[in-house]
Design a protein around this ligand. Sequence first.
Ligand code: ATP
Ligand code: MG
Length: 427
Amino acid sequence: MSEGKGYRGPKGTYDVYPGGREPHERPELWAFVESVARERFRRYNYQEMRLPVFEEAQLFIRSVGEASDIVRKEMFLFQDKAGRELALRPEGTAGAVRAYVEHNLFKQAQPLKLWYYGPMFRHERQQKGRYRQHTQLGVEVLGSSDPLVDVEVISLLYDLHQAIGVREEVVYLNNLGDMETRRAYVPELRAFLEENRSELDPDSVARLDANPLRTFDSKDPNTQSLLDEAPTIGEFLSEEASAHLGTVREGLETLGVPYEIDERLVRGLDYYTMTVFEAKSAALGAQDTVGAGGRYNGLISTLGGPDLGGIGFGTGVERILLAAASRDAAASTRAFFVTLTPEARMLAFGLAAALRAEGVSCDLDYADRSAKGQFKQADRVGADFAVILGEDELQDGVCKLRDMKSGEERTVSVSDGGKDLLRAVAN
Ligand code: ATP
Ligand code: MG
């Protein structure tokens, strides 16, 4: 044993390990989420992309925006040995669009429908559902501005959450308009906020010049109650933006996705245009947004690509698991070998290999336990069956198969390389 007090994981991180206490610490729940997600992405015809977990810091500053919480205070920044300014990725869209432009993916059949899965990093105060390393499942649909794509993306988010078991979920929807809408609305909003400057929290005052829309994101109760009186973007929507919103609503109604319009929903990232949405679960506490996203019709060209539209969502797996109904850990060991004589070990080992080759999960003792100790171990690993091999069994070419729940035992031949045993333990 080494000396000293031992180490703890860095602040804001967690581990996933057998027997983890919180849902997001349990490996079997991650495996479940991953398999559901892959299957959903297959059904909707999305292709996977894998991207680096760090990028040039400027990529995020440019796309997420100077005024955003992410860029102002949450990025993990560092320099490489050549002095390049890099950042651990705080979100997935900027990297996906960077790769789309870098590899000329706009020349492929459009829209390109992509999904990703992986860790994101934000230097935040740790709370339930808020970590410095969290994991997002996300999609990006690039190269189309069709409002039915918005409907597909929102319904995929909802469908994915529902398949995993998220409770009491509602999607909140807004339309931030195009540039025309913003040009009409933002001065009105700014004028209103300037008039009431003394009632705003310092963060909101700081954002007034850069992007007054962000005031809606404030968590300050005074600012929020002032905003009840503020002009709303809905009154300023251009004809095109209104029509877009109308089609998205009609689509969500057709698919039966429960949604509500929230005219104060602006989202924390600067690149959003037109449709924005957040999926919330009433089963969560303060961190109730399970997943969110929006359309970003200017981002591809901002990052050096053609003038094409895109839309995506990101959803945090930790919050999905917190918002999902609890699930029992499934017992995974089907059979545990109990050997009563040293000579039986190699036979048990061969039989275990034969069962494993046929897809049956099984295990045996690696701690030189007594018979009693081995039965106890079979119990602890949650085995459905104990396969008992003693001197008599060796002689007769059989094993005793004990049903660990009922305690019933029967004799099964093992002289055929394990075929009978396989039949007996298969469900
Ligand atoms: P919030 O308002 O809760 O800070 P956000 O607007 O910063 O959320 P997004 O940038 O939209 O969140 O990220 C998409 C999703 O990623 C969130 O809905 C959430 O599920 C998850 N997420 C974001 N930040 C964290 C975090 N620090 N810890 C855990 N999950 C996170
Ligand atoms: Mg945040």
